[in-house]
Design a protein around this ligand. Sequence first.
Ligand SMILES: C[S@@+](CC[C@H](N)C(=O)[O-])C[C@H]1O[C@@H](n2cnc3c(N)ncnc32)[C@H](O)[C@@H]1O
Length: 436
Amino acid sequence: MLERMMSMRRGAHMEDDEGDEEGIGDESKTKKHLSIATRITNYFTRTGYLCPIIILTAIAIFTISSFFVTSRDLLCVSSVSSFDRLSRSRFFGLDGLESDFGSLGVPWCRSKQGKTVEWTSKDLLQGLEEFVPIYETRPIKNNMYGMGFDHSFGLWFIARWLKPDIMIESGAFKGHSTWVLRQAMPNTRIISVTPRHPEKYLKKGPAYVDGNCTYFAGKDFIDFGSVDWKTVMKKHGVTDLSRVLIFFDDHQNELKRLKQALKAGFSNLVFEDNYDTGTGDHYSLRQICDQFYIQGGGHSCFEDSDEARVRSRRKSFWEKAVDTRELCGPGEAWWGVRGYMRDDFNHTNKPISYQQHFQNSRFVESILDVYWELPPVAGPSLTHQTRYDPARAPSPIVEDGRFGLFQRLGLSRLEKSVFNGYTQMVYLQISAKESS
Ligand SMILES: C[S@@+](CC[C@H](N)C(=O)[O-])C[C@H]1O[C@@H](n2cnc3c(N)ncnc32)[C@H](O)[C@@H]1O
């Protein structure tokens, strides 16, 4: 092989020499007019060193220029205080947000037939215009530990679009989500399942108790999975279960909730906290679906991998981003949260194998008709949110740079903190597996 390469090089050399034969006379004629650069080039051509010289020069230029690019980035990262807004947007620019995780994949769930929702981004924009003034009248102004603006809008929009015959919520806290459902559907019955009755919070401050709501709360609390839904639906005159909307904000394992809802015959579900892999206090749809369709796939737990580099870079800008050390548990277990399936606000959790994780994702795919993640309402340069990484979320409804639109929709009137709670709220339509 080596011999063959050498003879090829030799052959090429000889061809060059032969080719020069003809031009020798011309060369001698023009020799005194040649520039130094041309003479050097000619010398290397004759001696056969031209190719290696060009390659070496190219490598040198590439190395020097990439040093300047990298050092500019390093300077940028190290010179900004963590979560510095201005530097964050300068550093990422306006369009560099989505690309970072491109090759690593941002999880989402595949539906059986690839069906999607009926509404468009134009509908979402119109909805926003209508919802902002409604949101400003909310009774609970500071809903810490509950929904912020993005998810309030998402829930209101979905409920108003679907116009269900009855709405069920699991996890009401002080009642903000009950209030949102009420704004969407002023006359529709709500069933609220929550351990502590929202009226208890009224003693300490703002809360919302609805007059047209059946509460399974306080001493009447019974977990969603133990409710006799057939009897309850019959009692409320609901015969078509496809006209029921279920909203889960109870921080329970979403696979468990999915199975319970399916068993009861419900098909329209919203999960408020659809946590990204490696985050959150319960097993979420996103976690379940992460990477299962990539053959031999999975996140890279190597400290020197591209993923580790991207993650640590992004972690320095977004509070809730996770780096590889947080993502991966013992034995490089990255699925769920470090290989754990969390439940009930992480009060219980158990390790799952990659095989179980994979089976869970296949099960979800087999019953999923629609999977739609609510986009954030607006880009971070507009909302000034600092927590979730926009590269792990769908493109915002109001994109970065569209301040005029942001202002026209009334979004600039809201306090910044209401934009911090986005966790990829998801709307699902489910139906039983087709029997094969
Ligand atoms: C994050 S808060 C809900 C926030 C509320 N949806 C809002 O918009 O403000 C979670 C709620 O779930 C309740 N919870 C805990 N375990 C539950 C269960 N098994 N079923 C229903 N709710 C539960 C908690 O008491 C708490 O009120």
